[in-house]
Design a protein around this ligand. Structure first.
Ligand code: FES
Ligand code: FES
Length: 189
């Protein structure tokens, strides 16, 4: 057993004694009852279970929770899907996922949402050329598996949020709308 303390969605948790082999996914879902973080493959392959880890320097990244012991998150600040909406108001990315019908069963959605949010924050800090946008989104969402709607609608939703605030996310020459949807993975709707 090890004492675990961490901050989740801005709220401090612990110290609480946890088994050393308790996964972070089980800690969130079974100990804290935060079931928004899903358990899919259990093998770090589908990324449905990722949460956001915020680093002290202001950068963030996503990390699977299914194969990682909870004690590895000791002292960290993380965000889960439950932390996105504030006061019942959805974020632009959450709204875009709904408007684009990006999900059906929703099992993969928390993972895509966390990944997309990290991308938005990265681009806000380091805007990119418009010409690089499609590839940047593809690379950011790469590895997230969806068995229902495919991937195009997630991609389109992320792109729409970026283009709707192009001055924030794209370099000066950007700001135009439009562009072809990616053809890497099929839209099954
Ligand atoms: S459940 Fe963690 S990567 Fe699939
Ligand atoms: S919406 Fe069902 S797995 Fe993606």
């Amino acid at each position: 057993m090890t004492a675990l303390s961490l901050t989740i969605n801005g709220r401090a948790h612990g110290p609480v004694e946890v088994r050393d082999d308790l996964s972070m996914n089980d800690f969130l879902r079974e100990v804290l009852g935060m079931t928004g973080t899903k358990f899919g493959c259990g093998a770090a392959q589908c990324l449905s279970c990722v949460v956001i880890i915020d680093e002290p320097g202001g950068t963030s990244y996503t990390n699977p929770t299914c194969v990682v012991p909870a004690i590895n998150f000791n002292g960290k600040h993380i965000r889960t899907v439950e932390g996105h909406a504030q006061g019942g108001v959805l974020t632009p990315l959450q709204t875009a996922f709904i408007e684009h019908f990006s999900f059906q069963c929703g099992y993969c959605t928390a993972g895509f949402l966390n990944e997309g949010q990290v991308l938005l924050e990265r681009l806000a800090a380091e805007p990119i050329p418009r010409a690089d946008l499609e590839q940047t989104i593809l690379e950011a969402l790469d590895g997230h598996l969806c068995r229902c709607t495919g991937y195009v609608r997630y991609h389109q939703a992320v792109r729409d949020v970026i283009l709707a605030d192009a001055a924030r996310y794209l370099q000066a020459e950007a700001g135009m709308t439009g562009g072809a949807a990616p053809a890497a993975k099929g839209d099954r709707r």
